[in-house]
Every structure is written in structure tokens, then in C-alpha cells.
Design a protein around this ligand. Structure first.
Ligand code: ATP
Length: 242
């Protein structure tokens, strides 16, 4: 469904961050992109979603293909229309709007607004807590609730491909487990393809089908989750096992 071929990304014309990155995400799967701070994970997601341009970044070599079309350096709006939705790191919600207003704002890429009620019901099915909080102003929600809202907004757009940037960031372990369980359910029940970026390799590999590990702008290791979990380096450096 998605393929990055030798992608190079440069910020401000001189700062080379992705140095020939290749990865692919098959339809219906969950793929995890792991790596330490500053490896270029967020940059990879922004290159796919087109949000790179807003930061003066550009794909300077290689290609990004989505459902057979070349989307390299296309603008964010066009890419969203094609069915890619990025949930940004840090749970960016509209703080002054209520939960439900945030969800309705998430449906802007959908052509048929008659399905709004059905879509809201779908989000509340996966996140019952958001139904209880629907009239609450988003800025007052806890970190975990805001993360649920951020994912709920993505769901409203019914994307073909959801890009998740560190959904576990800053959340208590129990909440992280709950959110990842819901991500897996969305994948299985809605058929949504997911590319998830994580520093928490344990939780990401617990739901993923396939994983990539990146360092310094490149993929250094990839494989089925079972294979990655067996790899000595992955066990030591990413899973905290010896
Ligand atoms: P983190 O987990 O900290 O978000 P990451 O793996 O997602 O790390 P990126 O955020 O993609 O990494 O950053 C990779 C490199 O690109 C870093 O060295 C960072 O300083 C640089 N970088 C990111 N955004 C910009 C920007 N807008 N302009 C210039 N350099 C940037």
C-alpha cells in the first residue's frame, strides 16, 4: 500500500536527515518504526503525510508511493484526501473545543457528512470514555484522554492509512496498554492499515506484524516481529532484555 524507496529528506536546504530510507507497509497490516531519539522517525511520517513542507523540509531524492500513485512532495491536503492521516506526537487537539467538536473537526476530509453521526458512534464504540466526556473542553482532559481523542479524530476521517507518532509518550503503562489494544482492534475490525512510530519497542512489537529499526536516517534492521524479538541487539538495546 505504501512504499518509500531510498528517500532522502533535507531541512532548510542543508540539513540532511533521511539518508536513503526504504520501507513498505502492506495493506491491512500494522508496521512499527522503532529507533532512538533523533533517528528521524517523525521526519519519516511527515515526509509521507506532506507535513514536511510546512517545516521547510523536502524529499530531495527517492520516491514515496501510496496505492500505486507517486505522492512524493505532494501537499498535505492532497495526501489527506488520498486517505492518509497523521496523528501527531504530543496529542495535538483543539484545546478550546469540546471533545465532540474536536471529533467533528477531524472529519473534514470526508466527502459525505451525512455519515457524521455514524462516525461519532464508531469513535465512541472504541473509546467509551470519550462518549462520557463529549461535552468537556479538550484542554482539560488527561494526557491519556487527549491521546484517545487524537486517535478518535483520525478515525473520523476513516483513513486507509493511519500514521501514529509515539502514542505511548508520557502515559502511564496501564493506559499505554489500553490504547495499543484499541489500536489493534481498529486495525482488525476496520481494516485500517497502521504505521506506528515508537520509542517503546515492547509495546509497539506487541501489536505489530512487521518492524523496522532506524538509526541516523536509515533502516538498520527489519523483519517479522518474531524475528526481531529474537535478535540479540534488539533484545538488548530496544527491549531491555539480555
Ligand atoms: P524524536 O523521537 O525525538 O521525535 P525522531 O526519531 O522522530 O526523534 P526527528 O524528529 O525526525 O527524529 O528528527 C531527526 C533529526 O532531524 C534531528 O536531528 C532533528 O534535529 C532534525 N530536525 C527535525 N525537524 C527539523 C526541522 N524542522 N528543521 C531542522 N531540523 C530538524
Amino acid at each position: 500500500m505504501l512504499a518509500l524507496n531510498n528517500v532522502e529528506v533535507v531541512y532548510d536546504r542543508v540539513i540532511l536527515v533521511l539518508k536513503g530510507l526504504s520501507l513498505s507497509v502492506p495493506e491491512g497490516k500494522i508496521v512499527a518504526l522503532l529507533g532512538s531519539n533523533g533517528a528521524g522517525k517523525t521526519t519519516t511520517l511527515k515526509a509521507i503525510s506532506g507535513l514536511l513542507q510546512a517545516e521547510n523540509g523536502r524529499v530531495t531524492d527517492g520516491t514515496i508511493e501510496f496505492c500505486g500513485a507517486d505522492i512524493t512532495n505532494r501537499d498535505a491536503e492532497e495526501i489527506a484526501r488520498r486517505g492518509i492521516f497523521q496523528v501527531m506526537e504530543g496529542r495535538r487537539v483543539f484545546e478550546h473545543l469540546t471533545v465532540e467538536e474536536n471529533l467533528i473537526a477531524g472529519s473534514y476530509t470526508r466527502k459525505d457528512r451525512r455519515h457524521l453521526k455514524k462516525d461519532l458512534a464508531l469513535v465512541y464504540h472504541y473509546f467509551p470514555r470519550l462518549a462520557d466526556l463529549k461535552h468537556r473542553v479538550a484542554g482539560y482532559l488527561s494526557g491519556g484522554e487527549q491521546q484517545m481523542l487524537a486517535i478518535g479524530r483520525a478515525l473520523m476521517a476513516r483513513p486507509k492509512l493511519m500514521l501514529l507518532d509515539e502514542p505511548s509518550l508520557g502515559l502511564a503503562p496501564l493506559l499505554v496498554a489500553e490504547i495499543f489494544k484499541i489500536i489493534k482492534e481498529i486495525n482488525q475490525q476496520e481494516g485500517t492499515t497502521i504505521l506506528v512510530v515508537e520509542q517503546n519497542a515492547n509495546i509497539a512489537l506487541s501489536i505489530a506484524d512487521y518492524g523496522y529499526i532506524m538509526e541516523n536516517g536509515k533502516i538498520v534492521l527489519e523483519g517479522d516481529v518474531a524475528k526481531l524479538k529474537d535478535n540479540e541487539d534488539v533484545r538488548e538495546f530496544y527491549l531491555g532484555l539480555t
